[in-house]
Design a protein around this ligand. Structure first.
Ligand code: T4K
Length: 369
């Protein structure tokens, strides 16, 4: 095991000296948090970059999810996917909401709209789909169901930074969309997140909720939380934005090389990107099928033993964790596709600093060389 470790992802870090002027400004301003100038600049810059009108920054994606649910006063039961990071369902449980798991579509690996209606009960108030790996959900089908049953739609768009469909940002769909800017994401603020809001009034309510419910020195309108992004995090985001095009171009190229090199490998199924979407290449998931010479876990371990840390996102399913697995909707019979995919998936490393030699090394191991 002599080669350097390769992780599933690695944050894009601009040259350190480029960050110093931002820090100098913060030192000069002496405003470290609570909606300072960097925070305002990043909201404006992200609105432009993402093509959305109203964005509220957060200290991480999970607090943003919690706050999104609070802002819409969601209660009762919410239909969601078991095939995601645990934060999706945890945000429901933390709000006293019961997650109801619905199976995923075998092609997109997103919530299967054709299975949603059967899971709706009189207690259902919302749907929380995930644009898994940044691949867009079937937003039209989901909205149609939501309209028919008067349900809210909150997209967990943690993976979907910069993703577009034919008419624009994928983040404009639903009542709210929630982003994560965690270090492992295509755009990061070290820790961070955001809610995309449809209008200024909703954004104002969310701004109050992320600041303890405070409106002014003597007025508190809701039992809010501390979800504020600091000035250092916002400054890091501003610097990241200067580099995002180059970083994304490299991800796109890595995606292309993998697809080319892996296309004829028996038993390796490359998960397709959705239709005409502008993708963000945040993950490179493959399914290790039964005609591959090794099991998924054997391949995972083989890579690991050679210092290549691919990840089984998302295994186990959220519904398999102890706080969920007793629920009727968590049972294997209800989620056959999700169980099947979770047992086959492996996300190969993808990040801007991954070089062509690294990719060849990974592919050679996958090819059995
Ligand atoms: N919804 C969805 C669908 C999500 O995927 C997430 C987060 C959320 C909601 C919640 O958003 P946040 O509250 O996190 O903003 C990672 C991330 O911690 C998590 O943000 C992310 N999803 C999830 C999919 O992946 P882990 O436990 O796999 O992270 P970890 O520490 O094992 O990191 C993975 C690899 O990345 C490491 O092997 C090395 C590399 N790495 C990681 C960090 C933190 C670095 O090179 N540098 C770093 O600083 O969860």
């Amino acid at each position: 095991m002599s080669d350097k470790p390769i992780y599933v992802t690695q944050p894009y870090l601009p040259p350190l000296d480029e960050f110093i002027p931002y820090l100098q400004q913060i030192w000069d301003n002496k405003i470290l948090t609570n909606g300072g100038p960097m925070h305002q600049q990043l909201e404006d810059a992200l609105s432009d970059y993402l093509g959305v009108e109203h964005i509220a920054l957060f200290n991480n994606g999970t607090i943003a999810l919690l706050t999104a649910l609070q802002s819409l006063r969601v209660t009762g039961e919410v239909i969601t996917t078991p095939y995601s990071f645990v934060a999706t369902a945890h945000s429901l449980l933390w709000n006293g909401i019961k997650p109801v798991f619905v199976d995923i579509d075998p092609d997109t690996l997103n919530l299967d709209p054709s299975k949603i209606e059967a899971a709706i009960t009189p207690q259902t108030t919302a749907i929380m789909p995930v644009h898994c790996y940044g691949h867009p959900c079937d937003v039209q089908a989901i909205q149609k169901i939501a309209d028919n049953y008067n349900l809210r739609v909150i997209y967990d768009a943690a993976h979907a930074f910069g993703v577009q469909d034919a008419e624009g940002s994928i983040l404009r769909h639903g009542d709210l969309s929630v982003l994560s800017f965690h270090a492992t994401k295509v755009f990061n603020t070290l820790e961070g997140g955001a809610i995309i809001c449809p209008d200024a009034k909703t954004k104002q309510r969310i701004n109050h909720l992320k600041n303890f419910g405070i409106v002014d020195e003597v007025t508190v309108v809701a039992p809010g939380i501390n979800g504020k992004m600091s000035e250092v995090n916002a400054a890091f985001g501003l610097l990241q934005l200067q580099h995002i095009e180059r970083a994304q171009a490299r991800r796109k190229e890595i995606n292309r090389i993998y697809r080319e090199m892996l296309k004829d490998v028996q038993g390796i199924h490359i998960v397709e990107e959705a239709g005409e979407a502008v993708a963000n290449y945040s993950y490179f998931p493959v399914l290790v099928e039964t005609d591959y010479p090794l099991s998924r876990d054997e391949l995972y371990l083989k890579l690991k033993n050679n210092n290549i840390f691919a990840r089984r996102y998302f295994y186990p399913l959220i519904s398999e964790f102890p706080m969920y697995r007793g629920m009727p909707s968590a049972q294997r019979g209800n989620l056959p596709v999700a169980f099947d995919v979770a047992e086959k998936v492996l996300c190969l490393p993808i990040y801007p600093a991954l070089n062509d030699c690294d990719i060849s090394r990974i592919v050679n191991f996958v090819k059995g060389n």
